[in-house]
Design a protein around this ligand. Structure first.
Ligand SMILES: Nc1ncnc2c1ncn2[C@@H]1O[C@H](COP(=O)(O)OP(=O)(O)OP(=O)(O)O)[C@@H](O)[C@H]1O
Length: 592
């Protein structure tokens, strides 16, 4: 009996079935801990490679939630009436969050509030503030306000992400005003920072409205030179709230002696936090570090707001802020659903101007915002549209503050219908009723796209955004098409099937916009580079001419080529050296 026979004997009657290849993973993936009510931040398809650092931050260390831990099979515990009541309150809060697309992360997050008046009982909301809200026709809180207000009124650290135009400004100003309550002479107690002067000014205006007759005093640093006088030692106690850009605040902090004292700051708020914490660009991050260090109050409330978030910001918040609550409204890093979005292929740079003129011919519904990638291009497009008789103006960093203020005011008042702008106006600016955003130049990142098109479709109103693209813009096309699809729009399938952009390429595109052909159609004076290009070409033509002269046996062919070359040469030569050129003075003499 050999081994085979023994095996047959002992396995007689036993049937072997094929083992399934699917086995449970030995090392399960980390699970996202979200609160039970939480609608998971859904994304049909994410395009994480397309934009640098826009990856969702839900799996970071330290993420806590108020989700009850899954219990192992234990005996069902009967709840006491008090516990039952608590459970009911939690269920109710979860139901409201689900209804409004509110997601929260953090321990013991307070329930969302359904009305401003409900804040009176629990948070002793200032009656005057209630009145000011009503006088601005804010009768119900928006979803971000519903959840952020109770969190901030409890003095918790907050990182909030809500779509463009969803009322984030009010979500941080209301708790600040309620927290400060009345004017004190101890010095600044709240600091709100924004990336641009225009946005800071807008927040200041909103704050001035909401603090009306509360006694609280808000200040906006308009000019650093003026600020030097205004912030002298005797003025330090004049204001309660300061709204500014980081560079102005840091400038005042760096004076000897410092012209700002931030040691009493109890509220530290960053609007457009992801932009402010970007490393490199404008050195905002470096400035912020200095400012944050100067805000030495031990129990200050810190809040970050933006429509988009990046991983470094979340990491910073988790590392530095205790008892942090994170709120996301809808889908993180997505475009607002109230904007109807279109992508328009225009062939070439020249095609853009044709498309723009076509849109005007079809009838534009002002006000319209047009985004271009640089101030040079803004100026060129402005001249073109002005020539077409359009009621247009332009805003970019090279214009004076006075011009910029006038331009924004005129656009708000409706005396300018089309405003051409650069990325400067991409974030936060709340122009009421912008009907159309045109991305004349393709946005460098999806983040930029989300903010630019968010200048329309605000506060629940409908809006429209058209994005021109040429063959050169196809690298980012897929990621923007995905944004459109994820916010409910339709895009051609081929765009979604395009190759993903590598991270390094996306990063490069974000830093350095594409070199584009000029917008301007008018003949411009010759530049230095044009001249050197021409002289190189002339040298080449002369070399070929010499070669042709030396060739024998091809006289006929050579003659016609030489004629062509001499024509080219004459075009390339400076006007005064061309054959038949008559100088201005000679011309004058001939005429007289
Ligand atoms: N509760 C409310 N009811 C009605 N309108 C509101 C309410 N809260 C804010 N608004 C209005 O909504 C508009 C957009 O608000 P806000 O500028 O704060 O948006 P945002 O979320 O900060 O947008 P962005 O991300 O572009 O900066 C404003 O005109 C504001 O007056």
């Amino acid at each position: 009996m050999d081994e085979h026979d023994i095996f047959k004997l002992i396995t007689a009657g036993v049937r072997f079935t094929k083992k399934s290849k699917k086995e449970p993973p030995s090392n399960p993936q980390p699970r996202l801990e979200v609160s039970r009510h939480e609608k998971p931040v859904k994304k049909e398809e994410s395009d994480k490679d397309s934009v640098d650092d826009t990856t969702e931050f839900r799996l970071l260390d330290g993420a806590s939630s108020n989700k009850p831990k899954r219990k192992k099979h234990k005996k069902e515990k009967t709840l006491s009436p008090k516990e039952l009541e608590l459970q009911r309150a939690v269920d109710e809060a979860n139901e409201t969050r689900k209804q409004y697309g509110i997601s929260v992360l953090g321990k013991n997050v307070p329930p969302p509030v359904a009305s401003f008046s409900s804040l009176t009982k629990d948070f002793k909301m200032l009656p005057r503030l209630q009145l000011n809200l009503l006088s601005r026709n804010f009768d119900r809180p928006t979803p971000i306000q519903m959840q952020a207000l109770p969190v901030l009124l409890q003095g918790r650290a907050l990182m909030a992400c809500a779509p463009t135009g969803s009322g984030k400004t009010l979500a941080f100003l209301t708790p600040i005003i309620n927290g400060l309550r009345a004017h004190r002479t101890s010095g600044l107690r709240a600091l709100v920072l924004a990336p641009t002067r225009e946005l800071a000014q807008q927040i200041y205006r909103e704050c001035a409205e909401l603090t009306r007759e509360t006694g609280l005093r808000t200040h906006f640093i308009s000019k650093v030179s003026e600020a030097k006088q205004k912030h002298g030692a005797e003025c330090k106690q004049r204001y309660d709230i300061l709204v500014s850009t980081p560079n102005r605040v840091r400038f005042l902090l760096q004076q000897e002696p410092p012209l700002l004292d931030l040691s009493h700051v109890e509220w530290f708020v960053l609007d457009e936090a992801d932009r402010l914490m970007e490393e490199g660009q404008n050195n905002f991050k470096e400035q912020l570090d200095d400012i944050y260090a100067a805000c030495s109050h031990p129990t200050k409330c810190v809040a970050f707001f933006s429509a988009t978030y990046t991983v470094p910001v979340a990491k910073w918040a988790l590392r530095h802020l205790k008892n942090l609550v994170r709120i996301t409204i809808g889908v993180q890093n997505s475009a607002t659903e109230t904007v109807q979005q279109e992508l328009l292929f225009v062939g070439s740079e020249g095609g853009k101007l044709v498309a723009m003129r076509d849109l005007v011919r079809q009838g534009l519904q002002p006000p319209v915002l047009v985004f271009v990638q640089s101030k040079e291009r803004a100026k060129q497009l402005f001249e073109e549209l002005l020539y077409d008789g359009i009621n247009v103006d332009v805003i970019h960093a090279e214009r004076s503050q006075h011009q910029r203020d006038n331009c924004v005011r005129a656009f708000r008042e409706g005396s300018i219908w089309v405003l051409i702008c650069t990325e400067l106006m991409g974030r936060g600016i709340d122009f009421k009723g912008v009907n159309l955003v045109i991305n004349y130049d393709f946005p460098p990142t999806t983040i930029s796209y989300i903010h630019r098109i968010g200048r329309t479709g605000r506060a629940g109103r409908p809006g429209r955004a058209i994005t021109f693209f040429t063959q050169d813009d196809t690298s980012n096309l897929r990621s923007i098409a995905l944004i459109i699809k994820n916010s409910g729009g339709s895009v051609p399938e081929y765009m979604l099937q395009m190759k993903k952009v590598r991270k390094s390429e996306a990063r490069m595109r974000a830093k350095k916009p594409l070199d584009r052909e000029d917008i301007s159609t008018k003949i411009r004076p010759e530049t230095k580079s044009d001249k050197s290009h021409k002289s190189a070409k002339l040298n080449k033509v002369e070399r070929i001419e010499k070669l042709l002269k030396n060739r024998k046996g091809h006289e006929k062919d050579s003659m016609s080529r030489q004629k062509k070359l001499s024509n080219i040469k004459s075009d390339l030569k400076p006007a005064d050296k061309r054959k038949g050129y008559v100088s201005k003075t000679k011309r004058k003499n001939i005429q007289t």
